[in-house]
Design a protein around this ligand. Structure first.
Ligand code: TMP
Length: 211
């Protein structure tokens, strides 16, 4: 790598149960094999402060927060994550692979919860100076299949968002698709069905122009 070059920022997005976390790990491993210095991180979380906020967001009663409070908490967690983890890594020339980022807030809080994309983008501008990934890969899967995977993975121990109904998750999926179609340079959509190595190959292809 050229000395002093800024690293690349890649986010993986999608609904519950599409296999993002497994694929984030696999992508990071594949990039390390190519000699890149990779930081794996996730949202909500990825820094001490943001991990503390993650507990507030994911645990407890379903009605613990209103959609507006949730949007602010996600934005606050993201601000800390960007400041403490993502920007320092990029500045050091490292690649950052992030399991969820801003687009999850746009799809869940902006879309399914009805707060609107612009409100979420405004919060992101305030919290994180509008930082965007170099590439965002949306993993898409048939909703019924994703749901059955989510249940078998967590054996019924779903977090506050996983507990929301099928209609909510359908709205999330539609929002993700809409955002991805609106930003074709930053986004790639890949099919998340199939053997894990095949999906990892699709992911690598989706970022190969950045390598
Ligand atoms: P995960 O660790 O399974 O991805 O869970 C995080 C949950 O939080 C998931 O249901 C999606 C939700 N979420 C939002 O609603 N907005 C956000 O901005 C982020 C990052 C996650």
């Amino acid at each position: 790598m050229i000395q002093g070059a800024r690293g690349r920022f890649i986010s993986l997005e999608g609904g519950e149960g599409v296999g993002k976390s497994t694929q984030a790990r696999a992508l990071a491993a594949a990039l390390r094999e190519r000699g890149l210095d990779v930081v794996e991180t996730r949202e909500p979380g990825g820094s001490a402060g943001a991990e503390a906020i993650r507990g507030l967001l994911l645990e407890g009663r379903e009605d613990r927060w209103s959609p507006r409070s949730e949007a602010l908490l996600f934005a606050a967690a993201r601000a800390d994550h960007v400041d403490k983890t993502i920007l320092p890594a990029l500045d050091a020339g490292r690649w950052v692979i992030c399991d969820r980022f801003l687009d999850s807030s746009i799809a869940y809080q902006g879309g399914a919860d009805g707060l609107g994309d612009e409100a979420i983008r405004t919060l992101h501008q305030i919290g994180s100076a509008g930082l965007l990934p170099d590439r965002t890969v949306l993993l898409e899967m048939n909703a019924a299949r994703a749901k059955s995977r989510e249940f078998s993975r967590d054996r019924g121990q779903l977090d506050r968002f996983g507990k929301r109904g099928a209609v909510y998750h359908q709205q999330v999926a539609q929002s993700f698709h809409k955002i991805a179609m609106a930003e074709p340079v930053r986004f790639r959509i890949i099919d998340a069905e199939g053997p894990q190595p095949t999906i990892t190959r699709r992911l690598l292809k989706a970022i190969e122009d950045l390598l």
